[in-house]
Design a protein around this ligand. Structure first.
Ligand SMILES: Cc1cc2nc3c(=O)[nH]c(=O)nc-3n(C[C@H](O)[C@H](O)[C@H](O)COP(=O)(O)OP(=O)(O)OC[C@H]3O[C@@H](n4cnc5c(N)ncnc54)[C@H](O)[C@@H]3O)c2cc1C
Length: 430
């Protein structure tokens, strides 16, 4: 049974063997070189924790943006409940406190035989170990009519940044009485409860500012994470403001016309939106495909003990790009996997045995600013697979007093503070 106390204590922390003390790197070859691609939840954590465990390793983090804006809590921004800059995080502490070399560039190619990464600038970096944490890319036109150009009219806002600001602007311009349509994808995709948290928080904004408006969720699935809690919470907080249409009730959108803001479903129903938010089908970030670590479906199979690619040696992949089910594609998991990869890489470079990992994940969702719900899971490796630990995890109770929901919302805030500190800051050490 997980308690709140031990969950928070274990935040983001894969339960690993104690940190390895003495450096014993590739003798006679100089310091080992680790290149990390992607400064989001998985990559920034891996870079930091390699340096925490073995400061003598040269760690270079490649990330094109000077500041990372998190998807977690971006729904609060969309609802007008948070300033955009409060979800932004820089790389100064990784550089100054931990000695990670941060290169503002984009990784274009990986040559696994030569062990090099070519950057957009033309520079080539050699590595002993490579970590990829590029997050997701979209299967443009995997949903007919939805490509990059369409996303400028009907934003996905599934990577935080310009898209998030665009969706907020559109919501501000929505007429009272207008319809916000959210198109939710089939599994697997980044952040299973994310679309439903978004609907709840946007409902809180509409209820306060544009009460005649409606939210229509057109879903390609019949079930989703924390479904019972979401449906009950929406009803209680917003009455009929949110309508969820599952796959079996013709919820699957098959065609998007971003110019007219209309979508067509599998059985030919057309819906017209005032604001159209399309979350398209996804795959691993492109660099994973370029490195040759993806499967036919576009995701990365990994060895669970180390998060090393099953296909290419010395390339570790963490975060949303991987197939790590039953672990969900969450920032919490990306952070925990980043630590596992860091520990495995340091152990390997020091000629030691890889520690045996286990993980926890908690996904907080807000139905309203003072109404939080959670799902938690505990995972370990058995027979070469990641499995859920029997009898662990679970969701918030179905029947709970308002004060309980309010406390879960407070915990959500504390979680955000803690995990962003752990990933880009100085809060927790191995
Ligand atoms: C609306 C929403 C709400 C969410 N809420 C939560 C939540 O409450 N809790 C939670 O745990 N998770 C949440 N998530 C999920 C979370 O955002 C992701 O699981 C997490 O960001 C995955 O981390 P990652 O490192 O795999 O990818 P990211 O964090 O996306 O990082 C990828 C980084 O790689 C960089 N990159 C990509 N390609 C290259 C390249 N070729 N060269 C250099 N850099 C590159 C990108 O610029 C980016 O900075 C939410 C997601 C969404 C969309």
């Amino acid at each position: 049974m997980i308690t709140r106390r031990n969950l928070l204590a274990g935040l983001g922390a894969a339960a690993l063997a104690p940190a390895i003390a003495a450096p014993a790197l590739a003798k006679g070859k100089g310091a080992a070189r680790v290149v990390v691609v992607g400064g989001g939840f998985g990559g920034a954590t891996a870079a930091k924790y390699i340096k925490v465990r073995a400061p003598e390793i040269n760690v270079t983090l490649i990330e094109p943006s000077p500041r990372f804006y998190t998807c977690p809590f971006s729904n609060l921004y969309l609802a007008g409940l948070r300033d955009f800059e409060t979800i932004g995080h820089g790389y100064d502490e990784l550089k100054k406190v931990y000695g990670v070399k941060v290169v503002r560039d984009f990784a274009q190619e990986v040559d696994p035989a030569a062990k090099t990464v070519k950057l957009k600038s033309g520079e080539k970096l050699s590595y002993d170990k490579l970590v990829l944490s590029p997050g997701i890319d979209f299967n443009w036109n995997g949903l007919q009519g939805y490509d990059e150009a369409a996303s400028l009219l009907a934003p996905h806002s599934w990577k935080a940044g310009d898209q998030t600001r665009l969706l907020r602007k559109q919501l501000e311009a929505l007429d009272d009485g207008g319809v916000f349509i959210l198109v939710a994808p089939a599994d697997p995709y980044r952040c299973p409860p994310g679309p439903y948290e978004r609907a709840g928080l946007i409902a809180s904004y509409l209820k306060a500012k544009k009460p005649k408006s409606k939210i229509l969720i057109l879903d390609s699935k019949d079930a989703f994470s924390k479904q019972g809690l979401f449906l009950a919470g929406w009803k209680q907080e917003y009455g009929d403001l949110i309508e969820w249409v599952p796959l079996s009730k013709d919820g699957k959108v098959v065609k998007v016309d971003a110019k007219s803001l209309t979508v067509e479903t599998e059985f030919g129903t057309t819906h017209k939106a005032g604001v159209l938010n399309v979350i398209p089908p996804q795959k691993a970030g492109l660099i994973a495909e370029r490195a040759g670590v993806t499967n036919k479906a576009g995701w990365v199979p990994i060895k669970p003990e180390t998060f090393e690619s099953q296909q290419v040696a010395d390339i570790h992949v963490v975060g949303d790009a991987t197939i790590a089910a039953p672990m969900p594609k969450s920032g919490f998991c990306a952070n925990a996997q980043g630590k596992v990869a860091a520990a495995a890489i340091v152990a390997s470079l020091q000629g030691r045995t890889t520690p045996n990992p286990s993980w926890v994940n908690t996904c907080y969702s807000l139905i309203g600013p003072e109404y939080g719900i959670t799902v938690a899971g505990v995972y370990k490796v058995a027979d070469g697979k990641i499995i859920s630990v029997d009898g662990s995890g679970g969701v918030s109770p179905a029947a709970a007093a308002p004060d309980f929901r309010k406390r879960e919302a407070l915990y959500a805030n504390a979680w955000y503070q803690a995990i962003t500190n752990d990933t880009w800051g100085t809060a927790l050490r191995a």
